[in-house]
Design a protein around this ligand. Structure first.
Ligand code: SF4
Length: 241
């Protein structure tokens, strides 16, 4: 039996399981066990506690995505990275995706929306009239389709980025998958120190004043996430809610 199988079996046998393989008690136990660890130890350990092929990694190839991708590539170089390609990204984002893919020898797979739904979002300018529906069609649905193949989804969310993110646990069950948020307690200063130490490249639009970068229709220059969905109530695309 592989280490991952043994570890996973131990967790399940200690606290019982559900259709994801883990009960609420098991998730709580994982939270207790992972909390004292450094975030890189958490990521190393999750590949031992779960089958690597059950682990989903996504990247938006946004402002500082090189940070998370550099860490993942160092710990598990063969990890497939899924990119939700909404069709509304800046050309600089697509170039940044290609640049990082080559620089860190990543395996990146694009997830694209249904072409009819995407065309509808385009003809109706849904990002203006109903941005939640637009995100649902172009981001959430393509990801939902791939999520069913996985049990654990690693995020790079950090608590200082928003109140919602600050309220999360390291492990949470969300819409049929276990969200693993190993970097919640990484401070902005720690992230910036890592980026400087490894001389990691920022998204090219960061130099022009964009600190958070999503689709071109919904992103303007601004500090933190202030430039996202400006003038609207919306603060998250819904992928992480
Ligand atoms: S971020 Fe804007 S353009 Fe992109 S999917 Fe969401 S609403 Fe649509």
């Amino acid at each position: 039996m592989k280490t991952a199988e043994i570890a996973s079996a131990n967790i399940i046998s200690r606290v019982g399981s559900n259709n994801l393989g883990l009960s609420k008690e098991a998730i709580e136990k994982l939270n207790q066990e992972y909390l004292p660890l450094h975030f890189e130890e958490r990521i190393r350990r999750v590949y031992q506690d779960f089958e690597p092929q059950d682990i989903l990694v996504t990247s938006s190839f946004a402002a500082t995505s090189a940070y998370f991708l550099h860490i993942i590539a160092g710990i598990r170089p063969e990890q497939v990275i899924h990119f939700v390609n909404t069709g509304y990204h800046f050309s600089e984002t697509l170039n940044y995706r290609d640049y990082l893919t080559e620089k860190y020898s990543l395996t990146v797979e694009d997830l694209t929306p249904d072409k009819h739904l995407h065309a509808y979002s385009q003809s109706e300018h849904l990002w203006e009239s109903d941005p939640d529906l637009c995100c649902s069609v172009n981001k959430i649905k393509p990801l939902e389709e791939v999520k069913s193949r996985y049990k654990v989804w690693i995020s790079s969310l950090m608590g200082w980025q928003s109140d919602h993110r600050a309220s999360l646990n390291i492990f949470e069950e969300r819409r049929g998958i276990i969200k693993f948020n190993p970097m919640l307690d990484v401070t902005k200063e720690e992230r910036d120190a890592y980026i400087a130490k490894h001389d990691l490249p920022f998204h090219p639009l960061v130099a022009e004043g964009y600190e958070s970068i999503g689709c071109s229709h919904c992103t303007v220059k601004g500090e933190g996430r202030a430039g996202r969905w400006q003038g609207k109530e919306k603060t998250e695309c819904g992928l992480h809610l």
